[in-house]
Design a protein around this ligand. Sequence first.
Ligand SMILES: *Cc1c(COP(=O)(O)O)cnc(C)c1O
Length: 393
Amino acid sequence: MNPIGELNLTQRILMGPGPSDVHPRVLRAMSSPCIGHLDPEFIGIMNDVQQLLRYVFQTTNRLTFPISATGSAGMEACMVNVLEPGDHVVIGVNGVFGMRMSDIAERIGCEVTKIEVEWGRVIEPEQVQKAVNAKATKLVAVVHAETSTGAHQPLEDISKIARDAGALFMVDMVTSLCGTEVRLDDWHIDLAYSGTQKCMSCPPGLSPISFSERAMETLRNRKTKVQSWYLDVTMVEKYWTDGDRAYHHTAPINMNYAIREALRIVQEEGLEARWARHQRNHQALAAGLSAIGVELSAQEGHRLPMLNAVKIPEGVNDARVRSALLKEFSIEIGGGLGAGKGKVWRIGLMGESSCRHHVLYLLTALEILLTAEGVSLTKGAGVSAASEVYGVA
Ligand SMILES: *Cc1c(COP(=O)(O)O)cnc(C)c1O
């Protein structure tokens, strides 16, 4: 066998649905020495991570920590801990991740009412009201930032409906956390989960979760054991929050260095400033795209700042353009998922990737490639429209 060569990767500009660009400080933190998972220095790091997570989630929930796996494991952790076979759950399905939540609920043996709306649109409160009126409901769940479609789901009205119906309210915050306003306590969200590789700009590998006191009470009153050993938070909690720090599983040590540093960067910038930065870059990109004839596809008034789903212009070859972006410009954008396959592109402006030079560079690259595809557009129109939003025209 020939010796395998040393890793020598191309630097990419990550403008897809995640992962996003990682700050060099985070990569440096990851290369710190690996220490033991019960080392007092590591316990200090765990405490820092929890404190920073409570800040970004805007919560005082004691049970707030990262699950040792990606965002989907956070989704599964929230659901398996509070749901039991036979429970009725109401799930908003307007994209891939609502479907994933429904699949998990069905595997638990729940009775699932899916509120299905066209992809790209948001779930309306009246639809949730109707579903919870029809039958006693244990949990209502929606996706705050549908990464598959670019829809930005309003939460407060649905939260109130769930609470009034005596149901827990669960929200997928994988893509929204650290990129747009999130307020767990003010919005009475009982279960939330996120991921590291979207607007936190950390490599993938951890899934922050947070449980309210109501969610903890539901967990304590279970009739059956949590079906997943690994994700049973009553056990993981003892490692993350108890004085004894009992061994449960070996925490991914260096990933915790990474999330700590990524969250320190968020704290330095300040949440409000970070949300505003994401919004401004989104507005500039939207203006630039519109000037070169590329339209956003999500419901007007409910568009995400960090994930811009756009309709692929008529006659343009999806795969050819995305592969040229990667090969010639080193830019990654996302293709469509599920119902959007071949019809939309998903342009991410997440965390470190949400910046002016990425917006302007992508618009330049798209202008070149779309012209080659035969789209007729005014030279420089995209960059010029975006620059106007930035106030540097
Ligand atoms: C990315 C994503 C997930 C899944 O996260 P993984 O890290 O890929 O497991 C879940 N929900 C939403 C909204 C996402 O964008």
